[in-house]
Design a protein around this ligand. Structure first.
Ligand code: DGJ
Length: 565
């Protein structure tokens, strides 16, 4: 403003004689405007600085979790691109899918082979492109470090490492042959990974004061297919030695006497537990080094085993955070904030069980990958109902790669439609939904094949959810032709609820039917959240409430006030 006053005075002195009052006022207005814009610009620059963007972090309160971004609970409405899509040349095929989905967060890999093409020389150009384009598209990023492990192998290590297999060895299987999986006892590989991941975190710390990147995935589905553990001499020596006391203590494991080795301590689970510990210990060192530089939340994703435990290794990937070894990972890798299931099991019994297994008092639930077939789309609500901090279908881009049969055969707007509906509904109120979940006020239910109804309980109110009904009249629900129904209900007050969903009918009843009282819809408002406040656009009544609250394929959010008579 002082500068502005000088300019005005100077202008008057030099041009005063020639200018009428109107002209003078016009110039003053223009200068004031420019000053306002400059201060606006300054505000924007300031907003881009880290002091206005506290570090994203996982917060726990009363056994519930939230991912805080910019200081408030944030819900990841995610999309993960295909494995080879995070190259600048492919990004034009990625953004349109993310936009169509209305994702607020994109999960993209950082490839070690690209990031460190020569030992000790780091190439930040691709990461910088991801940051710049994410900002242009106003989405956050979760970066996936494809380092030592990618799906149990190490196919993303740089060429200079692949050319030195003696130095960066694979595991040895029970029969003495190499297995296509990196040895968690390979110290040179570990040191190289620590250096590379640290370089990445150091770069993000300075290049991303805006906190475009909100979380890091350390490795990808680490562990091993085809061998329960490493049988190399280095691994064997540790397997035969005493189990570390910290692990036994952390697991609250009572041992009879002395220092048991793995076999003595864990019997038939010994080899599997040993491998989980070996991999977790390796990854802990990478995550700890990265966090010491830049403490973003970090997670490890897991390839799963049958949640009803009907299979045994090596039929699933061992070493990773399968449900049976979560406690080992928790004790061994404290720098990892959460263990996250990649869910490609379409059946609702399995899917819901997995959500339950990873939603634990010591683990925030996050679904970083799930199938791209639209059948999986409803599980976004199931994840919400388990207080998930985020959800992300896999392979969400138009590069023409599709991972059928675990995903859909083609990614098109049509195939993405039911996923897009989720984010269309929740996107405008993701902060409110994340907060309600953090406060333990939200529940959700999804349709299961062969089960035409579901229910949710909120104290004296029972919510019934029916599938496959028309919107008028009362009859027995047949279920939808495909199980697409989904709904969330959040309690705002004793008798006040927020409800949103698709392909179902929702009705409220008094749980205590014996009281002789009936439920009355006092007021049902359809609206949306703006700046944290619910604004009603219309009131539902008549056909829209007489038979219950019907949700079709339109994104609709209701605030429901209940009474009794
Ligand atoms: C799980 C992995 O984490 C992904 O990177 C990808 O390989 C899918 N499986 C299969 O498309």
């Amino acid at each position: 403003m002082v500068q502005l006053a000088y300019i005005v005075v100077a202008f008057r002195l030099t041009h005063g004689a020639l200018m009428n009052m109107d002209g003078f006022k016009r110039i003053v207005r223009a200068l004031l405007c420019a000053a306002a814009l400059t201060s606006c610009g300054t505000a924007q620059v300031l907003r881009g600085q880290s002091k206005n963007h506290p570090l994203p972090r996982i917060v726990q309160k009363d056994g519930r979790y939230a991912l805080f971004v910019d200081g408030e609970p944030y819900l990841i409405l995610g999309a993960q691109a295909n494995n080879s899509s995070a190259w600048p040349a492919m990004l034009p095929k990625v953004w349109p899918a993310a936009e169509y989905l209305q994702a607020n967060t994109l999960e993209l890999p950082v490839y070690w082979e690209q990031f460190e093409p020569e030992q000790g020389h780091f190439d930040y150009t691709v990461v910088d492109t991801l940051l710049a384009q994410a900002r242009e598209h106003r989405v956050h990023l979760v970066l996936l470090w494809f380092g030592t492990w990618k799906n149990g192998s190490s196919h993303y290590i740089p060429l200079w490492m692949k050319r030195a297999p003696q130095k960066y060895p694979r595991m040895i299987g029970a029969k003495g042959l190499p297995v296509d999986s990196p040895s968690p006892f390979a110290t040179a590989t570990l040191q190289a990974d620590i250096r590379a991941f640290s370089a990445l975190m150091r770069h993000l710390k300075t290049a991303d004061e805006q906190r475009t990147v909100i979380m890091m995935q350390v490795e990808n589905e680490p562990g091993t297919w085809g061998s329960v553990r490493d049988y190399s001499p280095a691994a064997q020596e540790v397997f035969e030695a005493a189990v570390p006391t910290e692990l036994l203590t952390g697991l609250h494991k009572q041992v009879d006497a002395g220092n048991p080795n793995w076999q003595q301590a864990f019997g038939e689970d010994a080899e599997e537990y040993f491998h989980a510990w070996s991999v977790a210990r390796y990854i802990e060192q990478i995550a700890a080094a990265g966090k010491a530089i830049y403490a973003l939340p970090m997670y490890v994703n897991a390839a799963l085993r049958d949640p009803f435990h009907s299979s045994h290794p090596p039929r699933y990937e061992t070493g990773g955070a399968t449900d049976n070894v979560i406690p080992i990972w928790k004790v061994t890798a404290p720098s990892i904030d959460l263990l996250a299931p990649d869910i490609y099991m379409e059946g609702s019994a399995e899917y819901l069980k997995i959500l339950d297994l990873y939603h634990r008092p010591d683990n925030a639930l996050f679904v970083p990958e799930t199938g791209s077939d639209s059948k999986y789309s409803r599980y976004f609500f199931a994840a919400l109902g388990n207080q998930a901090i985020g959800f992300s279908p896999f392979g969400m881009d138009y590069t023409k790669y599709a991972n059928e049969p675990i995903g859909t055969s083609q990614i098109t707007e049509k195939s993405l439609e039911l996923f897009a509906l989720n984010y269309k509904l929740i996107g405008p109120m993701q902060r409110e939904i994340a907060r309600l979940n953090f406060e333990g006020k939200l529940r959700a239910v999804v349709e299961e094949k062969g089960k035409p109804t579901g229910s949710l309980q909120f104290g004296k109110w029972n919510v019934t959810v029916s599938y496959g009904l028309g919107q008028f009249g009362r009859e027995n629900p047949p279920g939808n032709a495909e199980p697409t129904g989904r709904v969330f209900v959040a309690q705002l007050g004793d008798n006040e609820f927020l409800v949103g969903g698709y392909f179902c009918r929702v009705d409220f009843h008094l749980s205590d039917g014996a009281s002789g009282k009936q439920r009355e819809y006092l007021r049902v408002e359809e609206g949306a959240y703006k700046n944290g406040n619910f604004r009603a656009g219309r009131i539902w009544n008549g056909d829209q409430t007489d038979w219950g609250l019907n949700f079709a394929s339109v994104p609709q959010v209701l605030r429901v006030s209940l009474g009794t008579y």
